[in-house]
Ligand binder design. Structure first.
Ligand code: FES
Ligand code: FES
Length: 160
């Protein structure tokens, strides 16, 4: 079946089954490979994109459920001022290790700071708890979110 969805500001038409996960469409049909497959069950956050600005697990979002919503992926998150700040903070604190989870982390962090520009630790915990990092970069992720928000961070020697 044919679906036209809006991805990173452009209309894209794909011919797939109704229950095809959005992640498959992004990676295999649209060649947007920044969103990663981790668990395929909505449990790890590696596949996180924004749907109308809200973080969504694209591995458990069927294409038929997307409708006319705006989908944003890691490839375009830097187009927003907040996304750019988050990416810069990630680079400045050298957050990544293997990098596999990091697109999802950045998408969740950007959604958080867009809605809550000065998050508390609890806000960060609530927003980021569904994004798993096997390399355990959690301390640097928290510091980078605070840096992007212009909040005081821990001593950087503690987090690098
Ligand atoms: S791959 Fe989607 S949440 Fe793990
Ligand atoms: S950086 Fe390796 S899984 Fe997070």
């Amino acid at each position: 079946m044919s679906y036209t969805i809006k991805v990173n500001g452009k209309s894209r038409t794909v011919d797939v089954a109704a229950d095809t996960p959005l992640l498959w469409v992004l990676r295999d049909e649209l060649d947007l490979k920044g969103s990663k497959f981790g668990c395929g069950m909505g449990l790890c956050g590696a596949c996180t994109v924004h749907i109308n600005g809200n973080p969504a697990r694209s591995c458990v979002t069927p294409i038929a459920a997307v409708g006319t919503a705006n989908v944003t992926t890691i490839e375009a998150v830097g187009d927003s001022a907040v996304g750019q700040k988050v990416q810069n903070a990630w680079l400045s604190l050298d957050v990544m290790q293997c990098g596999y989870c990091q697109a999802g982390q950045i998408m969740s962090a950007t959604a958080l700071l867009t809605k809550t520009p000065k998050p508390t630790d609890k806000d960060i915990d609530d927003a980021m708890s569904g994004n798993i990092c096997r390399c355990a970069t959690y301390t640097r992720i928290r510091a980078a979110i605070k840096e992007a928000a212009g909040l005081p961070t821990e001593d950087k020697r503690e987090v690098v």
